[in-house]
Design a protein around this ligand. Structure first.
Ligand code: SAH
Length: 232
């Protein structure tokens, strides 16, 4: 069986694991002295660590070996994601992490039904990204940024906005040598003025096919097309 992967703030020769991670290891996985784990810091470093001592609330690890780890896309992908109803933002953050996104930026658009993202919700999304990164064995944890107004989206080097009225396909324009920004709209769609503004900022409108996808399906479909264009 593959060793358990534990997220640590910093990889050092000796690490004292506390909090959730330590509780999970002690109570769910019943870690014992001598067990081997893989530690990762979310910044591109991994290591092999041995459990050397268990104290109440703290598990001591000795790191035996480290290596740079990359399971990242060849160029970074930023996903600008319209605020969504219910728990759909969380679902998208989880799937986007699995698909290799580097950062998710929640966006407030004209037709968003949900109009705010509390600090608690943002922190929960960041926790979901971290958990998903761990589960899919990514070495980097994507960041989930605070909410931006759509008009604050910066100019991008290469960008695609999913737009049902577009006819261009992502792979017709995609350049795998450049960082990519993606944007998908809310349940009510993007307004023509918003699409026009995004075009000025460097986004090309693209179609995801003849069927209208749900607002939580569209970002996953768009990300899959981009990773496929990278050669996965
Ligand atoms: N009633 C809305 C549909 C919104 S679907 C409208 O007509 O625009 C939510 C978001 O998913 C859209 O803003 C778009 O970004 C994306 N999307 C859904 N289906 C799509 C498709 N077939 N092609 C491109 N983008 C799509």
């Amino acid at each position: 069986m593959r060793p358990h992967r534990a997220f640590v703030e910093k990889i050092a020769p000796r690490i004292g694991l506390t909090g959730r991670e330590a509780r999970h290891l002690a109570q769910v996985l019943r870690a014992r002295k001598g067990d081997i784990l893989t530690v990762f810091d979310g910044q591109g470093l991994e290591g092999r660590a041995q459990v050397v001592a268990l104290e109440p609330g703290c598990i001591w690890l000795q790191v035996e070996e480290t290596w740079p780890a990359s399971r990242e896309t060849p160029q970074p992908i930023t996903l600008y994601l319209a605020l969504l109803k219910g728990d759909h933002l969380a679902e998208v953050v989880r799937a986007a992490t699995e698909l290799g996104v580097e950062q998710v930026v929640p966006i407030l658009c004209q037709h968003c039904v949900v109009r705010e993202l509390s600090q608690a919700k943002l922190e929960r999304l960041q926790r979901i990204a971290r958990e998903a990164a761990k589960q899919c064995q990514r070495s980097r944890v994507p960041t989930v940024q605070p909410l931006l107004f759509l008009k604050e989206v910066p100019r991008v080097e290469q960008g695609f906005v999913a737009h049902p009225q577009a006819s261009l396909l992502v792979h017709q324009r995609f350049d795998p040598q450049r960082p990519t920004a993606l944007l998908t709209g809310p349940e009510g769609g993007l307004s023509p003025a918003e699409v026009a503004l995004l075009e000025e900022r460097g986004f090309t409108p693209v179609t995801l096919g003849p069927r209208i996808l749900r607002a939580e399906t569209a970002p996953v479909a768009l990300l899959s097309l981009v990773t496929a264009a990278f050669g996965l």
